[in-house]
Ligand binder design. Structure first.
Ligand code: HBI
Ligand code: FE
Length: 288
């Protein structure tokens, strides 16, 4: 089974890393990458933060096939000191944070099958490499990711992993940002998905709310469908400043407050777009 080669856990090290084995990708696997890449580049041109596409170019992430991590790492290492390490799939939180805290991004190296082109629940290398790696070339975002890893290691000992996971979800995975050219995508979960790119920016259904650290840390999220709410940052520098304080007293204060459901708008929110909620209402009715 050629598709399984890059999911092999043989030779897995204690930090869950494996070899990418770039030479063993099949032409079909490279073709799947090329198809996804061309489609996203075309769609994202006016929809993603400009620095994202600049960095796709800077990393020479062409559409001809799955990038060789060794080549990406030459460029990344020189620019921001980050590297991409290959892992077979989701790794335990502690190990994930340990990698990020040391400027290593754990990336899967298998790619989805042609039947899964539009949707798969677990991350594959298109999501991990195309979605996450371009912003690791941005100095401010690169620092944010490392701080997140350090914060994760600390939060684990404080029973606050849930709160920090929400921060990651609503920024690194599903964040939107304001730019002089309007609202743009920067989250990897959106940038690697054709359907969610259009939904997050243009659909009247989801809420779009100005980012607020404590608000985000109280908010549930969906892992099985498009988000009901997206949080909007003014820029990476502002995200960095908002997440600079010690979270210890914040975690304690938040434990006194109830969680907020994914689709709920609250009184204190700075609402940029009040969502109709129609998409999820219809989906729920269809599956009820
Ligand atoms: N492992 N490979 C991989 N990729 C992730 O994005 C990832 C993970 N393990 C844990 C994790 N994410 C999240 O649960 C943390 O952000 C909390
Ligand atoms: Fe991701």
């Amino acid at each position: 089974m050629p598709v399984e080669i890059h999911r092999d856990t043989a030779g897995q090290r204690s930090d869950y890393t494996i070899e990418q084995n770039w030479d063993s990708y099949t032409p079909e696997e490279h073709a799947t990458w090329a198809k996804l890449f061309e489609r996203q580049v075309r769609l994202l041109k006016d929809r993603v933060v400009p620095v994202f596409m600049d960095n796709v170019d800077g990393l020479a992430m062409a559409g001809d096939g799955i990038p060789d991590f060794r080549r990406l790492n030459d460029i990344l290492g020189k620019a921001t000191g980050w590297s991409v390490v290959a892992v077979p799939g989701l790794v335990p939180d502690a190990s994930f944070f340990e990698h990020l805290a040391n400027r290593r991004f754990p990336s899967t190296c298998f790619i989805r099958t042609p039947e899964q082109l539009d949707y798969l629940e677990e991350p594959d290398c298109f999501h991990d490499v195309f979605g996450h790696v371009p912003l690791l070339l941005d100095p401010v975002f690169a620092d944010y990711m490392q701080e997140y890893g350090k914060g994760g290691l600390k939060a684990e000992g404080q029973g606050a992993l849930r709160r920090l996971a929400r921060l990651y979800w609503y920024t690194v995975e599903f964040g939107l940002t304001r730019t002089s050219q309007g609202l743009r995508v920067y989250g990897a979960g959106i940038a690697s998905s054709t359907g969610e790119t259009v939904f997050a920016l243009d659909d009247p259904s989801p809420n779009r709310i100005a980012f607020d650290l404590e608000r985000v840390m109280r908010t549930d999220y969906r892992i099985d469908d498009y988000q009901e709410t997206y949080f909007v940052i003014p820029g990476f520098a502002s995200l960095m400043r908002a997440t600079e304080p010690d979270f210890t007293p914040i975690y304690a204060a938040l434990d006194e407050l109830p969680d907020i459901a994914a689709g709920t708008v609250t009184d204190g929110d700075h609402v940029l777009h009040f969502g109709t909620g129609r998409y999820h209402r219809d989906r729920h009715r269809a599956t009820a």
